[in-house]
Design a protein around this ligand. Structure first.
Ligand SMILES: Nc1ncnc2c1ncn2[C@@H]1O[C@H](COP(=O)(O)OP(=O)(O)OP(=O)(O)O)[C@@H](O)[C@H]1O
Length: 332
């Protein structure tokens, strides 16, 4: 563990917490059906993000990452549970208080092109949040915009251009500049490198890390790619079908991961060495449980290589098996 991480975990101060957060949707069986099914997209999620921490969130498509993000940003209402920001319950904030809160939360999306208005010049794009939330003179605004564009490795001359005139990596840099424009406390990075070339992915990860270190911003870094999450995050939360199955420090991941799903994700990290190819037994096979199923079993049971009899009829609770290491598995 490096010295910075030791300090982070010793003096951990929660900035954002979710307590038993839940989001259910009603879905129809099929077009002709009148019966609604309940789909629990996020089911009893309790996580804590500490000040100056990068918390990774991993899981395959459909596990509830985007739903959780929408709940945290208060774009959707939770069905149950609480969200605390610096200890204050923000679950039901509305009106001016919610607007004030939005200043502290920013998001960087996977597809920067879709999130940047194509009709606006880069200067206007970065200016928008500053004009909305900060009382700066025109001159100070211009200075701040210039500072931000240079901070993310672009130049002042880029400010007069439009989003389509940039590469994917450059557009992501612009999205990062805009996200940082109003000095947020928390930035949610929602698959920010998923649509970029591998070499550009590394540059963006490096930039995010530098900005986090410089401005002490807390990140929630969401991805389905465990390798990049491990590279950037202090701790990793692993989700499966709406539930947290494991929370572990990044440095412990390879040696101490305990949940069979986490282990499958580690084994699935691609390797260029042909000797490290996955064996048939290591492949994550089997059908995932239907998310609207009411079966009371461990959600990973149908795909688990290490399932016990109890897993077929009982859902395991999440428990701390060693300091800051939580697992939801009957084996622990
Ligand atoms: N508005 C909605 N109405 C009904 N079901 C929804 C809605 N939004 C999400 N879901 C369902 O909730 C579950 C979780 O979806 P979510 O988009 O949060 O997953 P995800 O992990 O972000 O997936 P991806 O990585 O593909 O974006 C899925 O089964 C999805 O079909």
């Amino acid at each position: 563990m490096n010295c910075k991480e030791e300090i982070l975990f010793e003096n951990k101060i929660p900035i954002l917490e979710t307590i038993n957060l839940k989001k259910s949707y009603f879905t129809k069986n099929n077009y002709f059906s009148f019966k609604n099914n309940v789909l629990n997209a996020v089911e009893g999620v309790s996580i804590t993000l500490y000040e100056n921490e990068i918390l990774g969130l991993v899981g395959e498509s459909g596990c509830g990452k985007s739903t959780l993000t929408r709940l945290l940003l208060r774009l959707e209402k939770a069905t149950a549970g609480k969200i605390l920001f610096k200890g204050e319950d923000i679950t039901s904030l509305s009106g001016e208080k919610l607007r004030e809160l939005r200043k502290d939360f920013q998001i960087i999306f996977q597809n920067a092109y879709a999130s940047l208005n194509p009709r606006m010049k880069i200067e206007e794009i970065i200016k928008e949040p500053i004009a909305n939330f900060e009382m700066l003179s025109k001159e100070d605004q211009r200075e701040k915009i210039k500072y931000l564009i240079e901070l993310v490795g672009l130049k002042e001359e880029h400010l007069s251009r439009y989003p389509h005139e940039f590469s994917g990596g450059q557009r992501q840099r612009i999205a990062i500049a805009r996200a940082l424009a109003i000095n947020p406390k928390i930035v949610i990075c929602d698959e920010p490198i998923a649509s970029l070339d591998v070499s550009i992915q590394v540059q963006i990860l490096k930039l995010l890390y530098e900005l986090h270190s410089k401005y002490k911003i807390s990140y929630i870094f969401i991805s389905h790619d465990l390798a990049s999450v491990k590279l950037l995050s202090h701790r990793i939360v692993i989700m499966y079908l709406g539930k947290i199955v494991e929370i572990i420090k990044s440095q412990d991941l390879l040696e101490h991961a305990a949940h069979p799903y986490t282990i499958s994700l580690i084994e699935a990290i691609p390797s260029v060495n042909p000797d490290n190819r996955l064996s048939k037994e290591q492949l994550l096979c089997g059908e995932a449980l239907n998310p609207v199923s009411f079966t009371k079993c461990c959600k990973f049971y149908p795909r688990c290589r290490k399932a016990l009899n109890i897993c077929s009829y009982s859902e395991p609770d999440i428990r701390e098996i060693s300091p800051m290491h939580y697992v939801a598995c009957h084996r622990y």
